[in-house]
Each structure stands twice: as structure tokens, then as C-alpha cells.
Design a protein around this ligand. Structure first.
Ligand SMILES: *Cc1c(COP(=O)(O)O)cnc(C)c1O
Length: 361
């Protein structure tokens, strides 16, 4: 069978050794064997988030971590500044609204990033703001945001910064503690090389003071329930044992390579993809391209959806654009288990497909 190239920004391909690890017979979670695995996983997760804070693991897709970061920190009627620069920024706003949190939207053009001065302006106009919500990588536009500078604004304030780092974590540079991020969300199916199903929240000391005053309804995703057990390697409900065991394998691969080397490899792969696309005469959509995923502009005269269909027939799955970007961009992930060889093969097919569509390449 010919290899199929899954190049979407989630799910991403799973390396063979992780698949094999997860194929072993299941074990019980209240055993010393499993608790040791979780303790190791928790230590390694801290290295990836670059934090000394606990990282809480939920059985959920990434959105579960986003929802957890809202319901655990806020009260009904609280004000939150939410960056809306794509689908995932919109999702944070929708979650806040679902729970009666007042949203101050910071709407930016898709493909751009929120400038710190704009966030600062919103905080000055709404000094009662309890939290700022933003992405590290806004996957729908393949844009990396300047989390470090925006975190810097929060240091002197009581407002917390919540970052959806689900697609950026492990690919784009991210340092929870030294930058001063308060809640960082992660997910299993991006750079962490696993199937969907695990969501993570790393929670700072400053965020914990908000957690204790938070009154939004919560049960399954209640931070306090998880935090009480995390040091023992335990969890309040049956964990996704298989995925956690896979995660141990994934994290040991990442820490063996070194988290910084892992990130550097993503940067090099991202640069390779961007320069290949430019060589084909394709523009890069984002003004601030992420190292997790690249969005290429579909050239004039080419139907973007048709291009994606024809690539699928060639064994390559790229993601298209969502909402206003439908048919206008193709998104190529270069994260986690996607190798340089995969990228070369997939981009070769893209060149072929474009030629067939008689684009001027
Ligand atoms: C993938 C992703 C999510 C999570 O989406 P789920 O479908 O719930 O896993 C959240 N935010 C960003 C930026 C993402 O890329």
C-alpha cells in the first residue's frame, strides 16, 4: 500500500513506536505501574510547557482545555478580553458567552496578530478585565501570536493571561513561566504525536487565586479535583489509560531529542516549507507565520477545494481554509510526527497537482 500523507494541523500522524506502545494490553490505572507512568508524564509535560506548575490532564479534545480554562477561573458577569483573529479565537469568545462572561472582543484581521498596544488599550478601557484569552498559534490562519510581549503587560496587573497553545506547543517557541503565562492549554493530536483525546491545562500560582474565587459551574473539568491527585499520579475519574501510556512514549521521544531541539526542528521544517512554496510562486497567507502549520495562498485561477481534492487522490491530505478563507488557502502542517521526507513528498505532489491545474508554477 502506498503511504498516505496526513498533513493536517490536527490530527497529525503517529509514529510507529507510539502506535505499538498503545497496542499493548490495557492495565488498571490504580496500580503502581500506571501511577509511575503518570508521574513521569507530568514531569515531562512540565518540560514541554516550560513550567514548574502542575499540568492537569483531561480526557477531552483540545476544546475541553479551553472550556476548563474559562469555567475554572471566572464568575458569571466577569469581563474577559478575547482576541479574535480566527476560528479558535472565536471559540474562546463563544465559550465565555455560553457561561455568561462579558466578552470584550479584540478583532484583528485574519492572518495578523494582536499588537500589545491594542491589548493594553483594551485593558485600560476595561480595567475590570479578569482575563485575557488568546492563542499561541491561531491554526485557522497559521499565525503565531506574540504571547511573550502580551504576557509582559499582565505582570503588573491582577488580570490573568490564558493561552490556547494547543497547536503551537512543541512547534512554536513557548515559555510559560519565564513569559508569565497563567493558564496554558494543550492537546494531544498536534505536536505531541498522539490521537485526539487528551487535553492539558498548566495553571500558574496567580491563576490559582482566580480558581479559588471562580463560581462558574463545573464538575468533570474542575481543576481542584485534578490538582489534589496530580502529585500522586492519580486522577478523579478513569483516565484515558491508553493515550496516557502513548503520551509517555511521545514525551520520552521529545525529551530525548531535547525540547529545544524539537522546537528548532519545527522551525527548520517550517522554513523549508515556506521557501518551497515561494519557489512554486505561492504566497504565504500569514503576516506572522507559525512554525506548526503554514497557509499558502491558492493562486488565481485555481480552485482551492479542487486542489485539495486532487491531492487527496494522490495520497496527500492538506487542510483547506475555514469560513472566510474557504477555497483561498491550503494549510500544510509540519508538526509532531511529520518528517522532512514526508514534507518533501507531499510538496512534490502539490507541485504536480498545481501543474495539472495549469497554474503558472
Ligand atoms: C486543534 C486546536 C484546538 C482544539 O480543537 P479540538 O478539535 O477540540 O481538539 C484548539 N485550539 C487550537 C488553536 C487548535 O489548533
Amino acid at each position: 500500500m502506498e503511504k498516505h500523507y496526513l498533513m493536517t494541523p490536527g490530527p497529525t500522524p503517529i509514529p510507529e513506536e507510539i502506535i505499538k506502545t498503545m497496542a499493548r494490553p490495557i492495565i488498571h490505572h490504580r496500580t503502581p505501574q500506571y501511577l509511575d507512568i503518570v508521574k513521569k508524564v507530568n514531569e515531562d509535560l512540565k518540560k514541554v510547557f516550560k513550567t514548574s506548575c502542575n499540568v492537569l490532564t483531561f480526557t477531552a479534545s483540545g476544546t475541553g482545555a479551553m472550556e476548563a480554562s474559562v469555567v475554572n477561573t471566572l464568575c458569571q458577569g466577569d469581563t474577559a478580553v478575547v482576541v479574535r483573529g480566527g476560528k479558535f479565537g472565536e471559540r474562546f469568545a463563544e465559550i465565555c458567552q455560553a457561561y455568561g462572561v462579558k466578552v470584550v472582543p479584540v478583532d484583528i484581521d485574519w492572518g495578523t496578530r494582536p499588537e500589545p498596544s491594542v491589548i493594553e488599550g483594551a485593558l485600560k478601557r476595561y480595567p475590570e478585565t479578569k482575563a485575557v484569552f488568546m492563542q499561541l498559534c491561531e491554526t485557522s490562519t497559521a499565525t503565531v501570536y506574540d504571547v511573550k510581549s502580551i504576557a509582559g503587560l499582565m505582570r503588573e496587573r491582577e488580570t490573568i493571561l490564558v493561552v490556547d497553545a494547543i497547536s503551537g506547543l512543541g512547534a512554536d517557541e513557548f515559555e510559560m513561566d519565564s513569559w508569565g503565562v497563567d493558564v496554558a492549554c494543550g492537546g494531544s493530536q498536534k505536536s505531541l504525536m498522539l490521537p485526539p483525546g487528551l487535553a492539558f491545562c498548566a495553571v500558574s500560582k496567580k491563576a490559582w487565586t482566580m480558581v479559588r474565587r471562580s463560581k462558574l459551574p463545573k464538575f468533570y473539568l474542575d481543576f481542584e479535583k485534578y490538582d489534589q491527585l496530580v502529585d500522586k499520579g492519580d486522577s478523579p475519574w478513569t483516565p484515558s489509560i491508553t493515550l496516557v501510556i502513548g503520551l509517555q512514549r511521545a514525551l520520552s521521544m521529545i525529551t530525548q531529542e531535547g525540547v529545544d531541539n524539537f522546537i528548532k526542528r519545527h522551525k527548520a521544517d517550517a522554513e523549508f516549507v515556506r521557501s518551497f512554496l515561494k519557489g512554486l510562486g505561492l504566497g504565504i497567507y500569514s503576516k506572522f507565520p507559525s512554525d506548526a502549520v503554514t497557509a499558502a495562498k491558492v493562486p488565481h485561477g485555481v480552485d482551492g477545494s479542487e486542489l485539495i481534492r486532487s491531492l487527496k487522490a494522490k495520497g496527500v491530505t492538506f487542510a483547506g481554509g475555514q469560513s472566510q478563507l474557504k477555497g483561498k488557502i491550503i494549510r500544510i502542517a509540519h508538526m509532531g510526527g511529520i518528517t522532512r521526507e514526508d514534507l518533501k513528498a507531499a510538496l512534490g505532489k502539490l507541485k504536480e497537482a498545481l501543474k495539472e491545474q495549469k497554474a503558472k508554477v
